[in-house]
Design a binder for this molecule. Structure first.
Ligand code: ZN
Length: 297
């Protein structure tokens, strides 16, 4: 039986009316394992349940926001507690083949992302350093994204034969023309370009990131809470009316066709180049961390 790390993968702190939730696997560039994702879910739930919290900031400890999904460390998602699961897909570890991967990612990736996107309180992602693949998913489900000038964004999983991350919001986060470039080339998009494309709300200096996110959170916290919830819901519903939910479902299924294809041709759920060669790809920035595990498809 695999065991989880004992360190807290998520830190939680309330500052006045704002909940600060911090990804806390800095030695692994905040790559996401099952333990971290459920701890993140618990932190979001705590913020929602606390009537004094009126805004939420999500940020990362260490040099990077998040390098993606954990594909390399022991026990990355073994023994996920049944009580913590949110979908009714069951225990993926009881399944084999494509079913196991499909069920796991319905629960951990697509399912949790949709749940967090619908949090009734305003959320801000404060992004610095690497925001790669699964890292994108955490930033994209937030209402606002504030980036530091050193931040960069990429979804390089096509190099492993996978057509984008599980929560496929690319064409909603940027113009489809830009999304093609982003996805096909897999290059690292600097914060300034992400801002120019409308994917990021503001770009600030690295040492001003926390203060800027905090100041915006305070402004959100001062608004009529229910009205803000309804405004958020209206925008989420507008996106869904434009096809976001159907499009992300369709892409998720194609994602799993690619996983199945990779498994049939390479014996692994990810094909093409291996994770390390993928991590070495892209431009403009060095590897997030030698010990990090790069994003998974
Ligand atoms: Zn996947």
């Amino acid at each position: 039986m695999a065991t989880y790390e004992t360190d807290e993968p998520i830190l939680y702190e309330r500052r006045d009316a704002t909940a600060w939730i911090m990804l806390n696997r800095p030695d692994f560039a905040n790559s996401q394992n099952g333990q971290m994702l459920y701890a993140l879910d618990a932190a979001f739930a705590r913020a929602v349940d606390d009537p004094q919290v009126r805004a939420i900031v999500l940020t990362g400890k260490g040099k990077h926001f998040s390098s993606g999904h954990d594909i390399g460390t022991p026990g990355r998602d073994a023994d996920l507690p049944a009580a913590a699961r949110h979908s009714l897909w069951g225990d993926h570890s009881e399944l084999d083949g494509a079913a196991s991967t499909y069920v796991r990612e319905q629960e951990l990736y697509l399912g949790l992302c949709r749940r967090w996107r619908d949090i009734p309180k305003p959320t801000i992602a404060a992004v610095h350093g690497a925001c790669i693949a699964g890292g994108l998913m955490l930033a994209w489900v937030c209402d606002l994204i504030i980036a530091s000038r050193d931040a960069f964004f990429s979804d390089p999983v096509l190099r492993m034969g996978i057509p984008g991350v599980e929560y496929f919001a690319h064409a909603f986060e940027m113009h489809p023309r830009a999304a093609r470039e982003f996805l096909f080339l897999g290059d690292r998009m600097p914060a300034e370009r992400a801002y120019a494309l409308g994917m990021v709300n503001r770009v600030v200096e690295r040492d001003a990131l926390e203060a800027e996110a905090g100041a915006i959170a305070e402004r959100l916290a001062a608004l009529p809470a229910f009205g803000l919830t309804l405004a958020k819901q209206a925008l989420n519903q507008a996106e869904d009316a434009m096809g976001k939910r159907v499009a992300t479902d369709a892409a998720f299924n194609l994602h799993h066709l690619a996983h199945a294809h990779a498994r049939m041709t390479t014996g692994s759920a990810i094909g093409g180049q291996d994770a390390r060669s993928m991590a070495a790809g892209g431009k403009e920035h060095p590897l997030p961390n030698e010990r990090s595990t790069e994003a998974k498809g």
